[in-house]
Structures are given as C-alpha cells and as structure tokens.
Design a protein around this ligand. Structure first.
Ligand SMILES: Cc1cc2nc3c(=O)[nH]c(=O)nc-3n(C[C@H](O)[C@H](O)[C@H](O)COP(=O)(O)OP(=O)(O)OC[C@H]3O[C@@H](n4cnc5c(N)ncnc54)[C@H](O)[C@@H]3O)c2cc1C
Length: 492
C-alpha cells in the first residue's frame, strides 16, 4: 500500500541546463542549501570553496522532499537534501525506520550515499548505502539516468562512496525496516578490556552494538528495540535530547563507576544520542581553558569545572545546549582555516578488518601516534560493520573477495581529538593523520573520506583500484567535470 506520494521539489530542467553550461576546463561543485547545516566533510575541498576560480557552482536548491513511502514493500523515495533526522521523523509515524542511521541529525541522504554512513546497526546492515534500491543521477552531459542493481549497475554501485565524482544524485529509493510502535531501545552496558574479542558474541542477539574505549576500560553498548509496553514497571527511562540531559559519552563514562547495566531510551533519543557534543568534539569548545589549566593539579581542574560556564556541567550544558548540536559545531569548524584544522585536530573514521582490529587498537593505545608521552587518544569509538562485496569500490567497507568468515566484519575506529600542544603551526593533527594512514594501509583498512588525507598518488593507487576508476570516469564523466576523487580528497 502506497501511503504517501509528493511532487518533486528539485527543478531538474534548471539543473540540467546549469550542468550543460559548465565552461570547459572547470569542475562542478554542488552547493548545499544552507537551510539547516553545512557539509560534515572537513576536507579542504569542502571548506572555503568560494575562493576557487576553476569551479562552476550549481545550487540544487531545497531538495528535501520525501517523495513516497510504501509500507507494503518497505521502501521510501526521497530527494538528496533530506536530512537523516527528517527521514526518521517522516518514517516513524508508519513504524518504519532506515536500516542505518548515521549519528548526526544534519547529515543528508545525498552526502551519506556519496560519502559514507554507518552506526550501531551496521553489523547487521552494513553502510547506509547498502539499503539503496534505485538511484537517479544527472550526468555530466545532462542526461538523466535511473540505475539499480540490474540496470547500469556499474554506476549504481560505483557512485556510492565516490564523493559525487560520477554525477549529481537527485533521487534515491531506499529499503527501510518495520519496527514496533512506541519504540524504545533497551541498552545494556558491558564493561570489558577485550572489546574486539567480545563483539562477535553479541551479534546474533542484538539490534545495536557499539563501544567506547576509555583510558581505564571499554564499555560495549548493546541495544534491542522494544515496544514501550514491555518496559518493566519502575524502570528508569534515560533521555539525551533535552538541553539538561547528559552528553551520551559522558553518561557512558559515568556508568563505568556506577554499575548501571541496563536502561531504556526512547528510540529517537537513542538514534541521535551522539549529536549533542558531536560525540566528544564539543568538549574542546565547552572547556576553552583546558589547554591553559593543563598543568594544574586534578583537584584545581575539577574545581574550575564547578563554575557554571567553567566546563561540562549541568548548568553550562543546559544554557549552551543550542551551540553544541553537531550542526552548530560544524558551523564553527567551517569558519576555521584548513590549516587550523589539520594542525590542531585529528578527525578520522577508519575501518579495519576485525582480524586486525586488536592490533590496531593496541597501536592506538601505545601512543605511537604522538610525539610526547603525555598525549593520549581517549575516548575512541568502536562500531562493528558488515563488509560488502558488491562493487562499491571506493567505500571503506568494500572487500573484493571474502577470504574467511572473519572478513565479514570491519571495526570502525572513530578518532576525534585535539592535544594541547597542537596549536596553529604545529602540524600536530597532520602528523598524527599521516601515521594513522600508514598503519591503516599496513593492516588492510580504509578511511572514510570525509576528512583530511595526505596520501601520495602512489599510495592512493595501492589502496583504490585506479584502473577501474579511470574506466568508470571515461564512461560516465569523460571530461572530469565532477572532478577527480584523489584531487577532491587529498590535501595538496
Ligand atoms: C567528528 C565526526 C564524526 C563522524 N561520525 C560519523 C558516524 O558516526 N557515522 C557516520 O556515518 N559518519 C560519520 N561522520 C562522517 C559523515 O557521515 C560524512 O562526512 C558524511 O558523508 C557527510 O554527510 P553530509 O550530508 O554532510 O555530506 P556532504 O559533506 O555535504 O557531502 C559528502 C560528499 O557527497 C557529495 N554529495 C553530496 N550531495 C550529493 C548529491 N546530491 N549528488 C552527488 N554527490 C553528492 C559531496 O560532493 C561530498 O563529496 C563523522 C564526521 C565527523 C567530522
């Protein structure tokens, strides 16, 4: 039964004309409509783009319509600028949900498909891109093409993870899940020192799995979707969406001391639990003094945090809450220079095969990323994700052939940190990123490409199948007007 059907909001004719008018030698850059948030990509090509003269901008306008929801076939069709929060809000009244819901509310369907998207249901469903059934693109010659696994399948799969270098996505049809009404997530917290070894034991019983590695221990968080009526009486409901609610990672950190092992979270609060504070990136601006008071004893630092705006506490997080949504934090990040970001921050998501993940975690915890003994990477986010051998060749979860069952899973390592010595001019974040890139390559992993990269062309071509990429470009974008992936991703 088709429950909803709406007119498209994109002006396709206008876009086709704009693409065809691209002057020879220029590259097209998709301008995102600024109604809600800026791009979540922090590569130099995504920042300060207005300064480039070799770019032909096209504006896709407000392309945020859900075009149809079909409950019987469990599918939804939408435009590319729909945010993941809008998609969830439209589907929930029908007890439907996307298979994978990347954690930040402001991510767009176009950006997640052309970039990458995972979350704690990814051990079941892989990336968000794995739920795509059909996609419509405008190509560089202005032709409109609808592709699927059975029609122009090379474009259908190849465009996923290619960062928009094959065409402009204007419509996507996605598979969705049926869920209980009034859905909650029953979360269990498992404190362990061996997260990688433990992940497989949860896989058959749970709907959600992720973990946060703290200095002293790791907390694996497993979740099951349940109907509100199955919540036992007097059980505590924990929320994360109100201004005064705790930031999720802080809440989990406290669980290490409190021994809470089970709690019930309203579904939407669970899905976007990491949005406020952007996992833990928000701790740097909420505590601007932390680089300065670093040398003070712990007692003094804790004392400073007691003052209302002295750091993360209930008063500061309530008053400042609107400034700490991921969308707000990105607005501030986009006002920084590329150099400022690469010098002062390490922001990377890296997929490592599960068989090598223990080694990778030990490497991260050994301090080899840093030059000084007092620098540490903490917390680290772990999220298991199912690999995929359909030819999404640029996606981080792609494997050509699976050698064994273990290759079925990758672990995504989310690493987002600033160290106090990483000031402008220090190259701190850049050096650490380069070390990470080498280790990732050694262990057969791949990065999500939203962030800064420093690969040489030679290194790049040992990781990605450049022969395939060139053939695809010759077929779908021979004049390279959508740009070259290496040039778009790598910091020059
Ligand atoms: C601190 C941090 C934590 C993160 N954590 C997670 C996480 O937990 N899970 C997760 O999944 N991701 C995570 N990400 C990454 C994020 O999901 C990706 O950056 C995502 O691709 C960005 O989505 P966006 O809507 O901002 O896309 P954009 O940045 O706007 O676009 C991404 C790419 O897609 C292209 N594109 C956009 N629209 C179209 C279109 N219509 N047609 C063709 N190409 C298009 C753009 O040109 C660009 O190359 C994290 C990022 C950061 C910085």
């Amino acid at each position: 039964m088709r429950i909803k059907s709406r007119k498209t909001q994109i002006d396709v004719d206008d876009l086709v004309q704009s693409i065809q008018e691209c002057p020879k030698g220029k590259k097209i850059k998709i301008q995102r409509h600024k109604r809600k948030a800026l791009s979540n990509s922090i590569r130099s090509s995504s920042l300060k783009i207005n300064q480039h003269t070799s770019i032909h901008f096209i504006n896709i306008g407000v392309a945020n319509r859900i075009l149809s929801i079909d409950k019987s076939s469990k599918t939804v069709t939408c435009e590319p600028d729909v945010t993941i929060e809008e998609l969830v809000d439209e589907l929930l009244p029908y007890n439907l949900l996307p298979t994978v819901i990347p954690e930040f509310k402001c991510l767009t369907i176009g950006g997640i498909l052309a970039g990458a998207g995972l979350e704690s249901s990814s051990f079941h469903y892989g990336q968000f891109s794995d739920s795509l059934i059909e996609a419509t693109y405008i190509l560089s010659n202005g032709q409109i093409i609808t592709c699927s696994p059975t029609k122009d399948s090379d474009l259908f799969y190849g465009a996923l993870g290619s960062c928009g270098t094959f065409g402009l996505l204007i419509r996507a049809k996605l598979h969705v899940l049926e869920i209980p009404s009034n859905c909650f997530v029953r979360c269990n917290y498992h404190i362990t020192n061996q997260p990688i070894e433990k992940f497989p034991s949860f896989i058959n019983q749970e709907d959600y799995i992720d973990a946060i590695v703290f200095l002293k221990s790791t907390v694996i968080i497993t979740g099951q979707r349940i109907d509100e009526v199955s919540i036992p009486k007097n059980e505590r409901i924990q929320r994360f969406s109100r201004a005064w609610d705790p930031w999720y990672y802080q809440h989990v950190k406290q669980i290490c001391n409190k021994n809470v092992i089970c709690e019930y979270i309203p579904l939407k609060d669970y899905l976007f639990r990491y949005d406020r504070g952007a996992f833990w990136m928000g701790r740097y601006p909420i505590n601007p003094l932390q680089d300065k008071v670093y040398y003070f004893p712990a007692f003094t630092r804790n004392f400073i945090n007691l003052f209302p705006l002295g750091g993360y506490n209930i008063i500061s997080r309530t008053i400042l809450s609107p400034l700490f949504t991921t969308a707000s934090l990105y607005r501030r990040l986009h006002s920084s220079s590329t150099k400022m970001i690469s010098d002062t921050l390490l922001i990377q998501d890296i997929y490592i095969p599960i068989s090598k993940s223990k080694e990778f975690l030990s490497f991260l915890q050994s301090g080899q990323l840093f030059t000084n003994d007092d620098e540490i990477l903490e917390p680290i986010w772990l999220c298991p994700i199912r690999s995929n051998s359909t030819p999404q060749k640029m996606s981080p979860h792609y494997v050509e052939t699976k050698a064994n069952d273990q290759d079925d899973l990758f672990i995504n390592f989310g690493m987002w940190t600033h160290q106090r010595r990483w000031q402008l001019g220090s190259s701190g974040g850049k050096n650490a990123t380069k070390i990470l890139e080498r280790e990732t390559k050694k262990l057969g992993g791949r990065k999500m490409l939203y962030s800064q990269s420093f690969y040489s062309r030679e290194e790049w071509s040992t990781i990605y199948d450049m022969q395939w990429y060139k053939q695809m470009k010759n077929k779908w974008d021979p004049d390279y007007i959508w740009g070259d992936l290496y040039d778009k991703i790598v910091q020059h």
